[in-house]
Design a protein around this ligand. Structure first.
Ligand code: GLU
Length: 443
């Protein structure tokens, strides 16, 4: 059976690092198995769903390199939910309720006050047909609950958490449909998972109790449940991420100069027993992906880790991958000379400025000026490695070594005390600029 996974965001906001991680892991699971990765837009909440977020979700997935093999939208599948619902109704697995939110809240408070778990008491199951007719005559429509089967324990072997067991009597029958006929998350998701042939549902630990209910829904629909895996949630370094999620989306990552490969490399391994490494090779990450390495403790997301991985990824990037984003005229040799000094690709512009000039020179001592004059005439671009040829010649002729040898040259050639490897940078500067700069510094 082909592995089919899905990422099912609600388009009520931008993706954040938490859902990006879920998407990524589902993508890995599918790609490793040679299966399919589906996007499902959970837009049954017409009021909160926005088309701009749907577009943004697709763009973010594309930017991250998470290609999808198909897309479904819940708002286009309402007739499927109706059909499934009618069948559950015929089978007596859904029932009508009228309690208001306030009434339910009060019931829960009373239960908690008595030290009881706040489980729905199924009072509405006692209503007679005459009661329903009376409600209808008052113009009150029911909302609907799914009736859990209390006699069948709920079990599944979770891909991350291991064997799971729930007593259905300890769960509330979930509301699946509102009085206005609209759907809550629970049933549509199970219907889609069946009809889309989803084999693996991988999502956050916050869905464990939904899974318990959905296992019975699959059974009630006559379908085998998919495999389930629930990963520990992502936490910030100092606790909950929730307050910062707005700033942890692809837009702000991009604006900060974070490469998609850095996000992918970090989130692939965060919270697993495998070390986080700056692995830009997507196939290597796919091959190494293994739910068995996922820990039960919350994974800790730290911006500093992301910056660190990003810098290491930038240092590996090929010219072709960045060429479009580099300043006009900056070629492959320049990229290779400058790349090791960058934290983000955009910083290349500042270093390129040093190549193209103008640069500002420090004050040199008379001695250094004499030394730099010698350097200007010793410059030999016919040598295979002009920098090593130059420094070797100057070392011989002046006896200078170490800082006294290298620093005035670097300062004269770049205006800086530190920066790219001069062996790589000198050929990028070229003979004319290098000689002119050395002469100017010696004047
Ligand atoms: N739309 C749901 C969410 O974002 C999907 C959960 C699921 O994976 O089934 O939480």
């Amino acid at each position: 059976m082909t592995t089919i996974t899905r990422f099912a965001p609600s388009p009520t906001g931008n993706l954040h690092v938490g859902n990006i991680r879920t998407a990524l892991h589902n993508w890995f699971l599918a790609r490793k198995a040679g299966g399919q990765f589906m996007l499902r837009i959970d837009d049954t909440d017409a009021e909160r769903s926005r088309e701009e977020y749907v577009t943004a979700i697709r763009q973010d997935l594309a930017w991250l390199g998470l290609d999808v093999d198909g897309e479904e939208r819940q708002s286009k599948r309402l007739d499927h939910y109706e059909t499934a619902f009618q069948k559950l109704k015929a089978d007596g697995r859904v029932y009508r309720c009228y309690e208001t939110a306030q009434e339910l809240d009060l019931k829960r408070k009373v239960q908690l006050g008595r030290g009881l778990p706040p489980i729905y008491d199924r009072a509405s199951l006692q209503l007679t047909e005459a009661d329903h007719i009376a409600k209808s005559a008052e113009g009150v429509s029911p909302h609907w609950r799914f009736r859990l089967d209390h006699d069948t324990p709920i079990t599944w072997d979770d891909g991350v958490r291991g064997p799971q067991k729930f007593d259905p009597a300890q769960l509330s029958d979930p509301v699946i449909r509102r009085a206005d006929g609209s759907w809550l998350y629970m049933l549509p998701s199970a219907v889609d998972d069946v009809e889309m042939g989803i084999t693996d549902v991988l999502r956050g630990e916050d869905h464990v109790s939904n899974t318990a209910v959905q296992v019975q829904m699959f059974e009630a629909m006559g379908a085998a449940p998919p495999r389930f895996a629930h990963e520990a949630l992502l936490m910030g370094k100092e606790g909950k991420l929730s307050k910062r999620l707005g700033s942890l989306g692809c837009d702000s990552f991009r604006a900060r100069g974070i490469e998609p490969e850095a996000i992918v490399a970090l989130l692939a391994r965060l919270g697993t027993s495998q070390p986080v490494e700056p692995i830009a090779d997507r196939q290597a990450l796919i091959d190494g992906f293994d739910l068995g390495t996922f820990g039960r403790a919350p994974a800790k997301f730290d911006d500093a880790d992301l910056d660190r991985v990003n810098t290491a990824i930038v240092h590996q990037m090929d010219f072709a991958a960045v060429a479009q984003r580099l300043p006009e005229g900056m070629d492959e040799a320049a990229w290779h000379a400058i790349r090791p000094n960058l934290a983000i690709v955009a910083d290349a512009a500042q270093w390129w400025q040093i190549v193209t000039g103008p640069i500002e020179l420090p004050e040199f001592s008379d001695e250094d000026r004499a030394f730099l004059a010698q350097a200007a005439s010793a410059l030999d671009f016919t040598a295979a490695d002009p920098w090593h040829a130059l420094t070797a010649a100057l070392k011989d002729s002046t006896g200078r070594k170490g800082k006294a040898l290298f620093l005035p040259l670097r300062q004269a050639l770049t205006g800086m005390d530190h920066g790219p490897d001069m062996g790589e940078l000198l050929p990028v500067l070229g003979e004319d600029i290098a000689r002119r700069r050395l002469e100017r510094a010696s004047a």
